[in-house]
Design a protein around this ligand. Structure first.
Ligand code: ARG
Length: 308
């Protein structure tokens, strides 16, 4: 009898702990430019959004990613014009010039940029964009997970970047404007710093809040117009976590000049203090496991006590 009671308490407690907001970092099961990439399948990256400006005519500016029902992560340099009325953000978009059944358009309520942002080369190239109206979660519209500050993205880890940017330097994406994707490995901080320091004409300092991805030999990369879009890596449990935000490069896909991304883990406290109720991956995970472990050990000691 007390055992049943304890079981009931246990399951309602764990239920309460598990019942969080929309689960992040999950993609629908599909049967299945970015430079050197391929067309993505519809719904492959359900958190990717298209950031556009409205004047004089509708124009693609940047990418971004959904992290909550009314929040998008993008790059600070995408919002040179601070007027929120300039922007319209499309969720559930696959083709820029096709019909997207799951698409919704959202105006912008607020753009929050870390204190000290000046230009991409000096870091802090991140923007948190609050939407005026929330998205509706569906199979084609899902949030990505953001990492806690302790999450590691080691050199060699295979990640993906998606966007509607140029398919080669100065060559815009044509046709229907289908979202492109490319797989790029993380490049360790030391090799990226070394590659960019060696640059003959334009040496760049790769700062701690930047993370590089791509190939030493070049060929595959993000490019102009991909900025603000997410660099995502799949964790062992299948969850997609955003490691970076497309920030800059020297040209696109050149050897020894991999893409430079804003390191999302450097902004976890900024994100936590700006986006109400956001759960960051590592931390949510740890504390979730931690709390369950505490409940389990606590209950089992109780059981042992009761059985004595
Ligand atoms: N700054 C560019 C933009 O605004 C992104 C450049 C990314 N370049 C690269 N080689 N990965 O779209």
């Amino acid at each position: 009898m007390p055992k049943m009671l304890i079981a009931a308490v246990f399951w309602s407690l764990t239920g309460m702990l598990v019942a969080n907001a929309q689960k992040c970092g999950r993609v629908p099961v599909l049967e299945n430019r970015i430079v050197g990439g391929t067309e993505s399948r519809e719904g492959a990256w359900p958190w990717v959004v298209d950031v556009t400006t409205q004047t004089p005519t509708s124009r693609h500016v940047c990418g971004g990613s959904l992290i909550a029902i009314n929040w998008v992560v993008s790059a600070a340099h995408c919002f040179v014009n601070p007027d929120v009325n300039e922007y319209l953000i499309y969720a559930g978009r696959h083709q820029q010039h096709g019909y997207n059944y799951h698409e919704s358009a959202h105006s912008v309520k607020r753009i929050v940029i870390p204190y000290g942002y000046v230009e991409p080369h000096s870091g802090n190239d991140l923007a948190l964009v609050e939407l005026s109206t929330p998205v509706t979660w569906s199979e084609r519209v899902q949030p990505v997970c953001l990492p806690d500050s302790g999450t590691l993205f080691p050199g060699g880890l295979e990640c993906y970047v998606a966007g509607w940017g140029n398919i080669r330097e100065d060559v815009p994406l044509g046709g229907l404007g289908t979202l492109q994707e490319v797989q790029v490995p993380i490049i360790s901080q030391s090799s990226c710093q070394e590659m960019y320091r060696m640059h003959p004409t334009e040496p760049v300092d790769i700062l701690h809040d930047m993370i590089c991805a791509g190939f030493r030999e070049g060929g595959k990369d993000s490019c102009q117009g991909d900025s603000g879009g997410p660099l995502v890596c799949q964790m062992v449990n299948g969850t997609w976590v955003q490691a970076g935000v497309v920030s800059f490069g020297l040209g696109c896909a050149h050897p020894n000049q991999p893409g430079v991304y804003t390191r999302v883990t450097s902004f976890s406290s900024f994100i936590r203090s700006t986006v109400p109720g956001i759960q960051l991956y590592g931390r949510a995970h740890q504390s979730w496991c931690g709390r369950v472990a505490v409940v389990v050990s606590c209950l089992s000691s109780l059981l042992i006590q009761l059985q004595r």
